[in-house]
Design a protein around this ligand. Structure first.
Ligand code: MEV
Length: 438
């Protein structure tokens, strides 16, 4: 018989009790408990603030926090914090940033910031009656919403539109009210959801007051913001003369190199298998900045991939063009980011990241994030069409192994030289160090 070890009331245990309980699942419970504790912050205040961000917290999971310096975006230099565990991403983004900074940098060419959400409901009465009442209902909803939007309006944002959509051709009786808003510097999830839940409540009130409550007439299914934000996008570009690609062409003729770059982007536009990996290379940079600034990278991932499939086939989010002796790369990506509110204010390092970036507003941050995405993408493609990505990865892999083996500077230098054109593995490095010292 299968036994299932269900624990009841885990959330009611104290933090120490939870750690102790979980440590007992490990091979060496005292060591596990010690490790869980060691990864917590020492400062009491920061520690409790941090632990309270989530639930059932028993430790914190660290991620390397690095800087990709020299991102020139719209004429301003940023040294961008990246939180990412994957080796090569920060180094690649940094090289790419420097390369493009010396060639004019990244330019934001388009930007929109509309967020949206929906109240889904079933309407069982006459469709014509709903449509007839919509104008009145909309005025009623907008009037009520003023209570919760006044602060946002003062900051320059607020409601942009409220529309009724007939979805009955897809699902019987289904309608949705679509709310579009401008949330300025906040990502807006709480604002949008609060407005939507108010609309849902008002919907019931409006028809109950008008007609006397009839449960069968109207049923609200749900109210939720949409993470698909095709009207909250940013487009960045970088461009240079083909001649100026020479330093990164790995001894290839520049026009051949440029053509291979362009071909790589074209393949990713046409083949979904390649497009997914191509876009993953973009998201390596995007997610790392979002993580470091306390933004919701899951929302960005979901939106980016939906946007990549908006024409019916999943495609690359970035593009490359050669014209008049110049190569231009560009990226358009949906990005709903915030620089105030939520984790951006609560996570000590997220706040610091924004400070390092010069406290950008949301629009400025969108440009920075997109530039890092495009830079990461370009760096990956450059490697793929020249040396392949393993060379760079192996250098870092070797460095990680040498760190693990606690080598001195002399050993490191010799190992780096020895493994330039050799396959790196833990055993190979260990053997090399052993043979060297005998
Ligand atoms: C690895 O994290 C990302 C790449 O696979 C992206 C790409 O293939 O374009 C190198």
């Amino acid at each position: 018989m299968v036994t299932i070890d269900i624990i009841r009331g885990f959330s009611k245990l104290t933090e120490e009790e939870k750690r102790n309980f979980i440590a007992r699942l490990c091979n060496d419970p005292p060591q596990a408990e010690d490790k869980l504790e060691r990864f917590l912050m020492e400062d009491e205040n920061e520690r409790s603030q941090f632990l309270e961000l989530s639930e059932n917290t028993i430790s914190s999971f660290h991620t390397p926090y690095g800087i990709a310096p020299n991102f020139l975006v719209n004429g301003k230099v940023y040294h961008v914090p990246l939180a990412i565990e994957e080796s090569s991403v920060v180094a690649a983004a940094s090289h790419s940033a420097r390369f493009w900074a010396e060639r004019g940098g990244f330019t934001v060419t388009a930007l929109s910031t509309v967020k949206l959400g929906h109240v889904y409901f079933r309407w069982y009465s006459e469709p014509a009656y709903l449509l007839e009442r919509w104008h009145q209902l909309k005025l009623f909803l907008l009037e009520r919403l003023k209570r919760m939007t006044s602060n946002m309006v003062r900051r320059g944002g607020g409601i942009l539109s409220l529309d009724l959509h007939d979805e009955t051709s897809v699902i019987e009786h289904l309608y949705k009210i679509e709310l579009k808003v401008e949330t300025i510097n906040s990502m807006g999830a709480n604002f949008v959801n609060t407005c939507l839940e108010d609309i849902a409540e008002a919907l019931g009130l409006f028809f109950a007051v008008e007609e006397g409550h009839d449960e069968k007439k109207l049923q609200v299914a749900m109210s939720i913001l949409s993470n698909y934000t095709p009207e909250c996008t940013v487009t960045v570009q970088a461009s240079c003369e083909i001649e100026h690609l020479k330093p990164i062409a790995e001894r290839m003729a520049v026009d051949v190199f440029a053509d291979k770059l362009r071909l790589a982007f074209e393949i990713a536009r046409n083949d979904p298998y390649r497009a997914v990996t191509h876009n993953k290379g973009i998201m390596n940079g995007v997610d790392a900045v979002l993580m470091a600034t306390g933004n919701d990278y899951r929302a960005a991932e979901a939106a980016a991939h939906a946007y990549a499939a908006r024409h019916g086939q999943y495609q690359a989010l970035s593009n490359c063009e050669i014209m008049g002796g110049r190569l231009t790369i560009g990226l358009t990506i949906p990005l709903a980011v915030g620089t105030v509110g939520g984790i951006t204010n609560l996570h000590p390092l997220a706040r610091l990241s924004l400070e390092i970036l010069g406290n950008p507003n949301a629009r400025e941050l969108m440009g920075i994030v997109a530039a890092v995405g495009l830079a990461s993408n370009f760096a990956a493609i450059r490697s793929l069409v020249t040396t392949g990505i393993q060379k760079g990865h192996m250098r870092l892999h070797l460095s990680n192994i040498l760190n693990m083996l606690n080598v001195n500077n002399g050993e490191r230098e010799e190992a780096e030289l020895f493994f330039i054109n050799r396959k790196v593995s833990f055993n190979a490095v260990k053997h090399f160090l052993h043979d060297r010292s005998h």
